[in-house]
Design a protein around this ligand. Structure first.
Ligand code: KIV
Ligand code: NA
Length: 275
């Protein structure tokens, strides 16, 4: 299993980090078998697994429920669990209670937090507590309402400078890794070069230390909209629908179950039963 030190080593040796989300036992197991370096139990599960239209309804209990299942599927992969909407805001005591619960109950290697400014203090608090933290800057889905939707961030020189400063602040506060979402590739390149910790991009070009994508997007599993920065590697949804449709057809036609699927009672037992 990778750890915070070996992930930094991958950065220094120019070995790309492959990160993927997973939300349950089978998806995490497949991710581990595929050789994924870091599994993220993202709060994107609210959209791709629970059917919400944003991530803000996802709760601490949801993250723990899915985090535990993913952990069982991938016992040997560095596992990161998202702290969900508003669970790391308000008092330090409440934040720490939520973080410790998610960390202890899921057995994750790290927690991920969206945002900078006051969130930098949370990065420091958790790190000092002994919880490795992955920072997340750029497009912050938990703040989509405030940002006015899911838009590319850091496009102006001013916004880009703020993001670079935020990234440095997260690293200084002890973050072990940084996710950059939906920003211009030139800015992602600059941040990656400026930091010692690994920088993982999603919609941030190819110059980061690694990439992360959502499981359901990679496998085209589900009917949700795919963003410009996604590449799908399999048409899983189509194959699944085909299989399910065939099952329904065969039940209706009587083609399933066949003889090989049935159990047989011995003739003498039948005699006894019916006389
Ligand atoms: O929740 C998630 O899937 C994420 C990734 C997009 C980085 O935070
Ligand atoms: Na997330």
């Amino acid at each position: 299993m990778k750890n915070t030190a070996s992930l930094i080593k991958m950065k220094t040796q120019n070995e790309k980090i492959a990160m993927l989300t997973a939300y349950d036992y089978p998806s995490a197991k497949l991710a581990e078998q595929a050789g994924v370096d870091v599994i993220l139990v993202g709060d994107s599960l609210g959209m791709v697994v629970l059917g919400y239209d944003s991530t803000v309804k996802v709760t601490v209990d949801d993250m723990i429920h899915h985090g535990k299942a993913a952990r069982r599927g991938a016992p040997d992969t560095f596992l990161v669990v998202d702290m969900p909407f508003a669970s790391f805001h308000g008092s330090a005591e409440r934040t720490l209670d939520n973080a410790v619960r998610i960390f202890q109950e899921t057995g994750a290697e790290a927690l991920k937090l969206e945002g900078a400014d006051e969130v930098v203090d949370v990065v420091k608090l958790l790190t000092r507590t002994g919880i490795p933290v992955v920072a997340h800057l750029g497009l912050l889905p938990q703040s989509a309402g405030v940002l006015g939707g899911y838009k590319v961030q850091g496009k102006t020189a001013h916004a880009a400078q703020k993001l670079i400063d935020d990234a440095r602040a997260c690293e200084a506060a002890g973050a072990c890794m940084l996710v950059l979402e939906c920003i211009p590739y030139q800015l992602a390149q600059k941040v990656t070069a400026a930091l010692t910790i690994p920088v993982i991009g999603i919609g941030a070009g190819s110059e980061t230390d690694g990439q992360v994508l959502v499981y359901h997007d990679v496998l085209k599993y589900g009917s949700h909209h795919l963003a410009k920065f996604v590449r799908s590697y399999a048409e899983t949804g189509d194959i699944m629908k085909q299989g399910l449709t065939q099952y329904v057809d065969e039940v209706k036609s009587g083609a399933f179950p066949a003889e090989e699927h049935r159990f047989t009672m011995k003739e003498e037992e039948l005699q006894q039963l019916y006389g």
